[in-house]
Write a protein that binds this ligand. Sequence first.
Ligand code: HEC
Length: 180
Amino acid sequence: MAKPDRHFMNVFSAVLGILIAISLVLIGISRFADSGPKGARDTSDPLMQAQAHERIKPFGQVAVAGEDNAGLAIEAPARAVPAGGPGAPAASAAAKPMDPKMIYDTACMACHGMGIAGAPKTGDRGAWNPRIAAGTATLYKHAIEGFQGSVGFMPAKGGRADLSDDAVKAAVDYMIAQVK
Ligand code: HEC
């Protein structure tokens, strides 16, 4: 063989050897990674099957006349904020006590959290003290009925007509508590 050819063969063999070595290492690693607990993918395991069925079951179900549709009973979703509006079952409102912070977070924080549109910022004593001085009754009234102040417009119940008066009062109390 001519000298350049021999040189080529040497380099070529070396590269080939390195590649073979790498693939052997990868085979070893994959074997090692594969050695999980015995039966980890035992597809005949009823528990495995049940879990798989649960994961791949259809997204929606259709009620069919004449069939057993018991599993399709509509349940009212759990509400974070109890609605006191007309038609709201009083029992569920009573069953789930109002969490003032939750009401505040969902209905009031959007404006009062950062002081958007002139809203007195929660926790800002300078903004709240003169308002609190006007009396809690006024604050309740303004929060429930809405009010146009000198700095901005406070929508009735923060725009959440579904909130009960008591829920709004609780949120006002919560905001007052943040500056005490
Ligand atoms: C769309 C924005 C917005 C949302 C949402 C909002 N507010 Fe306000 N709120 C304002 C603004 C603006 C003011 C200040 C009005 C002014 O004094 O000019 C204000 C003022 C108030 C005041 C002071 C009233 C007074 O007499 O000084 C209270 C209390 C209040 N909001 C309670 C609430 C409560 C409780 C919620 C949630 C249920 C809420 N706000 C949601 C914008 C908002």
